[in-house]
Design a protein around this ligand. Structure first.
Ligand code: ADP
Ligand code: MG
Length: 295
């Protein structure tokens, strides 16, 4: 049985991405081999005798650092052990699905409206959704594509015209409208959970943008979370079935934490740089504890 780190070969055609390199190095330091492998090298063969991904075997372990859900499902079906589980990766990948799953457990979050699904470009039938969003939320209003990362697909609509323009520009992409957490404008907290512990946390802020992502120009500093913030992050991961993950928290006018989003494949370079915590090492050690017999 062997260990792999699966990543997206289209997005990273030349070298594995930074988290994958960190995980590989962390494993090597601990005397364990985790081999990076792109999804582009893993064709899925489906037949009445089941799913097969040539090169992989039942009992292998894969740190799944990709969003190729069908590949994850095929690997799971053939008996490869995935970290994180593919159902958790799929729910975290879709911000609308994440909010639905968290809401079912009463987890606090910004007031959120999910746009109706369309097969093609958005046209007049979106009016009822926009009307409702304006009744429920005030301006400025956050608009997010359900699939996005690094702050790239998160927007702020300041008035009805801008909201309509944004909605019309979504094409067939699922999106949501959300209460703007004014008290946390340009800031958030990132708590990194591994197993049943928050192992590192940072406060991110941006002086120039309402989005605090480091990739969008934000800066991070080490942060010691309150017990309430820790419990909330752990509850999110338990609810979603994550073995590890990065939980983004915002807060309301009273300072009470609300969940912004949960990442199954969170970057670790920024949080390691500002806290000194070896996040990749903690993940590798966690997986190793679950999989003692894999070489
Ligand atoms: P991404 O997957 O791109 O990181 P997020 O949902 O985490 O998407 O949003 C990116 C950033 O935008 C957050 O870290 C936060 O700074 C800001 N943001 C997102 N949602 C809200 C909100 N409802 N109110 C205020 N700021 C928000
Ligand atoms: Mg985020």
């Amino acid at each position: 049985m062997a260990g792999y780190i699966v990543y997206n070969g289209f997005w990273n055609p030349h070298t594995p991405p930074d988290p994958v390199q960190r995980l590989q190095a962390a494993a090597r330091q601990r005397g364990w081999t985790l081999r990076p492998i792109p999804n582009t090298a893993l064709p899925i063969v489906v037949s009445p005798s089941g799913a097969a991904v040539p090169g992989m075997c039942p009992g292998d372990v894969a740190l799944f650092w990709d969003k190729d859900i069908r590949l994850g499902q095929a690997l799971t079906a053939m008996g490869v052990h995935l970290y994180n589980p593919i159902d958790a990766v799929a729910v975290c990948d879709d911000k609308g699905a994440t909010h639905l799953a968290l809401a079912a457990q009463g987890i606090p979050m910004p007031r959120t409206l999910l746009a109706p699904m369309t097969y093609r470009d958005i046209t007049a039938p979106i009016d009822a959704f926009l009307r409702r969003a304006m009744e429920e939320l005030s301006f400025p209003m956050v608009v997010k594509e359900c699939y996005g990362s690094l702050g790239g697909q998160v927007y702020l609509a300041h008035d009805p015209e801008e909201l309509r323009r944004m909605a019309m520009s979504m094409g067939s992409k699922p999106f949501l409208a959300q209460e703007f957490m004014r008290a946390a404008a340009g800031e958030d907290l990132r708590l990194y959970v591994v197993g049943d512990r928050v192992i590192a946390a940072m406060r991110r802020h941006s002086d120039t943008d309402f989005r605090s992502n480091i990739a969008a120009g934000g800066q991070g500093e080490a942060y010691i979370p309150t017990p309430e913030q820790e419990q909330l992050a752990l509850r999110c991961c338990r609810t979603l079935g994550l073995a590890f993950g990065g939980v983004d928290l915002l807060w309301d006018a009273t300072g009470a934490p609300v969940v912004c989003e949960v990442n199954s494949n969170a970057f670790m370079g920024g949080i390691t740089a500002c806290t000194g915590v070896d996040v990749a090492g903690a993940i590798v050690e966690y997986v190793r504890r679950q999989e003692p017999i894999v070489r």
